[in-house]
Design a protein around this ligand. Structure first.
Ligand SMILES: C[C@](O)(C(=O)O)[C@H](CC(=O)O)C(=O)O
Ligand SMILES: [Mg+2]
Length: 309
């Protein structure tokens, strides 16, 4: 009932343990607190909080318009609803290295298990847009050092993302990844890799855990969880996927109202009321007030997946 039971400290320990387990961790992107609960219910290892989703949710493009206050506020709302560790996209850290330090402390206070800071210039843009630019190695290192020095919980994960692959090529990505590891990064996020072999090259270059970004319709190909585990990846994110699925379904629903005047044909695609109530844990709330949970299923409408065997 209410918020998740696991503390932020416990979640950070769980993330660290997962990263050293030798198994790849699957982190779908939650587009709201409710979808974070669904990710947990379905048995995933953690929740990703995407900057692209956060901006899109506000109706904005992913070009560095969101503020630390907005990102911290939304990620706190999402992180507190799940016992799973949540990793948030902190873009370029919201300013100079001093701002990065404050960003880290703010995200720690918001209950996140970790975050990533990237080496794009300010203002950043989505990693799959053309025309990206990156800062020099010295500036990239300063961001990571500022983050590492500022954290108060040593288990809070500081991940360094590098966007340099699309700008200067794979060799530059290898050099940058090594420099970021040396600066104290706990993990590396090599953005927009061209192939599985490129992931392998980064794997051979650094010893810290590596994240693979399986975002759809981007610069990179989509690989299976198994393929990524086989090349030594430790974490895979599906950052915008749930939002894309939900929005795709919403668009089809609106079209159905337009063409049929009804959503009856769409009922199988919908989360059933009973499944929503289960996810929200209505039954626990009725321990406080037995009048709350008085929902009975109408068998004539459709069968919720929660009752299917
Ligand atoms: C991972 C990412 O930074 C995000 O904000 O989710 C994006 C995802 C996307 O735009 O598809 C990125 O890869 O830059
Ligand atoms: Mg992003």
């Amino acid at each position: 009932m209410l918020y998740a039971k696991a503390s932020a400290a416990d979640k950070r320990v769980a993330l660290r343990a997962g990263l050293s387990s030798g198994r790849i961790l699957r982190y779908p992107g939650a587009f709201n607190p409710l979808s974070a609960k669904l990710i947990q219910q379905k048995g995933f290892e953690g929740v990703y909080i995407s900057g692209a989703v956060l901006s899109a949710d506000l109706g904005l493009p992913d070009i560095g318009l969101t503020t630390l206050t907005e990102v911290a506020g939304r990620s706190q709302q999402i992180a507190r609803m799940t016992d799973l560790p949540a990793i948030v996209d902190a873009d370029t850290g919201f300013g100079e290295p001093m701002n990065v330090a404050r960003t880290i402390q703010t995200l720690e206070d918001a209950g996140l298990a970790g975050m990533h800071i990237e080496d794009q210039i300010n203002p950043k843009r989505c990693g799959h847009l053309d025309g990206k630019q990156v800062v020099d190695t010295d500036t990239a290192i300063k961001r990571i050092r500022a983050a590492v020095d500022a954290r108060r919980d040593p288990n809070f994960l500081v991940m360094a993302r590098t966007d340099i692959r699309a700008v200067d090529g794979l060799d530059a990505a290898v050099t940058r990844a090594k420099a970021l590891q040396d600066a104290g990064a706990d993990a590396i996020f090599p953005e927009a890799m061209g192939s599985l072999a490129e992931f392998e090259t980064i794997r051979a270059a650094v010893s810290v855990p590596i994240l693979a970004n399986m975002t759809e319709f981007g610069k990179g190909e989509l690989y299976t969880v198994q393929q990524l585990e086989d090349v030594g990846m430790n974490l895979v994110i599906f950052p915008v996927s749930l939002l894309r699925l939900a929005m795709g379904s919403a668009a089809r629903g609106l079209d159905a109202i337009e063409s049929h005047g009804s959503l009856t044909t769409m009922l199988p695609e919908m989360q059933h009321r009973a499944d929503l109530y289960k996810l929200l844990d209505y039954s626990s709330y009725s321990q406080f007030d037995s009048g709350i949970f008085d929902f009975t299923l109408n068998p004539h409408i459709s069968t919720p997946s929660s009752t299917q065997v």
